[in-house]
Ligand binder design. Structure first.
Ligand SMILES: Nc1ncnc2c1ncn2[C@@H]1O[C@H](COP(=O)(O)OP(=O)(O)OP(=O)(O)O)[C@@H](O)[C@H]1O
Ligand SMILES: [Mg+2]
Length: 389
């Protein structure tokens, strides 16, 4: 199975390229599902047909799904929601508003990714294409289970016991219901499921493609997502430059744009060394419908395999040395001063700008000491040595 995620700045053509790629995969005989993590019905618009909350067939081998976050929430988190509702009721929030409140912002996308997990487990699909929300925010949310790991292992079980012991007393005293076992179970299940999604999306069968238009501000954002995605362990395996103005006779306006885009395209090549740069021209009309989308994807991949397994070693690599090891984490477009490193028990805390990852160290390294770190060739290298007794 192959999982392809498409992300990029708003409006650059993520849905179009994701839909096109899925149409191309399906035309090659792969059982393909394309799903969207955003609430707007953009896939339905791209395919030019209504799409339901269940996979809807739009062509041979090709299914589209618009995840219904509200319904999914009720299915998976009825217990958590029920608890939140009862608390809000006590505080005096009216029930209709409370229903709304308990759907957390950003939860929709995470829910869509939980749906992806179910599809991946079902074994029904050869290819799953995900049309992501702008710029990797969702994928950052997936770092949550990793970040909560420490809490879930050490604090959560304790809290659960305490709540159980104090429940009768507290409920009477404060008037606010204490969470029951089913709420704790639901939280634990959710944590485990999110962790599985993260493992799936950072695994060897998954990769992220960055969609952009050749404009300076768009490129700047794509470079930042490349760094962030790498930091969180996702593998970027290609860049799509969309809406390129064809170079042809024209007036000064057009010549100006063609020259400006050509300059940015050169920078794009330099920003993503080693990654394929796929190109797609600005069409004379919106590519809508299976055929137009497949044509666009045909042109984008220009004969290369859109489903090729991702190349390279992946975002993290550990190499043994005589008395320790070197951990290498891909961190493109950063310099040493941008990175902050701290050791926290079995974890390495890597901070780049406002993004932080709690990286669980591989078992073999947990008892080693950090001896040094450097940033070079788009990667952070951390040197570990065995503790001398
Ligand atoms: N190569 C192209 N030529 C012409 N029109 C295009 C091309 N690529 C995309 N479009 C059109 O541009 C618009 C935006 O594309 P799309 O919806 O795929 O962007 P998006 O990145 O998914 O946007 P959002 O951030 O809102 O989800 C759509 O109307 C689409 O049909
Ligand atoms: Mg879209």
């Amino acid at each position: 199975m192959r999982i392809l995620l498409f992300t990029g700045k708003g409006g650059v053509g993520k849905s179009t390229v994701a839909a096109g790629t899925s149409a191309l995969a399906a035309a090659r005989g792969q059982r393909t599902l394309v799903l969207s993590t955003d609430a707007a019905h953009s896939l339905a618009d791209a395919f030019g047909t209504p799409v339901g909350a269940e996979p809807t067939k739009v062509a041979e081998n090709l299914f589209v799904q618009q995840v219904d976050a509200q319904r999914r929430f009720e299915q998976s988190w009825a217990d958590i929601q029920g608890y939140l509702l009862s608390v809000l009721d006590v505080v005096g929030v009216d029930p209709v508003a409370a229903e709304e409140l308990t759907v957390i912002p950003g939860a929709e996308e995470v829910l869509a990714l939980l749906e992806l997990r179910l599809h991946a487990l079902s074994g029904e699909w050869d290819v799953i294409v995900v049309d992501c929300a702008p710029t990797a925010e969702t994928l950052r949310l997936l770092a949550l289970p990793e970040a909560l790991g420490w809490y879930m292992q050490r604090v959560f079980p304790f809290e659960r016991r305490v709540v159980k012991a104090l429940k009768p007393v507290l409920t009477r005293a404060a008037g606010v219901p204490m969470p029951g076992d089913s709420v704790f179970d639901a939280v634990e299940r959710l944590h485990a499921e999110l962790d599985e999604v993260r493992a799936l999306l950072s695994g060897p069968e998954s990769s992220v493609r960055l969609v952009m238009t050749p404009e300076t501000v768009v490129l700047a954002e794509a470079r930042r997502s490349f760094t962030t995605l790498s930091l969180f362990g996702y593998r970027v395996d290609g860049v799509v430059a969309n809406r390129i103005f064809p170079d042809a006779e024209g007036d000064a306006w057009r010549a100006g744009w063609v020259a400006a885009q050509a300059a940015v395209l050169t920078e794009v090549e330099e920003s993503f060394p080693g990654l394929p740069l796929w190109k797609s021209v600005y069409r004379t009309g919106e590519p809508v419908g299976v055929e137009a989308l497949r044509d666009l994807a045909d042109e984008v991949y220009a004969g290369s395999d859109p489903l090729a397994p991702p190349v390279g070693e992946g975002p993290m690599k550990v190499t043994r040395t005589t008395n320790g090891a070197v951990l290498e984490l891909a961190l493109p477009n950063v310099e040493k001063g941008d990175v902050d490193l701290a050791r926290h028990g079995d974890e390495l805390v890597v901070t780049v700008g406002s993004y932080r990852r709690l990286l669980s160290l591989p078992a073999g390294l947990a008892r080693h000491q950090v001896k040094g770190a450097r940033v070079s060739e788009g990667a952070l290298h951390v040197r570990f040595e065995e503790k001398t007794p």
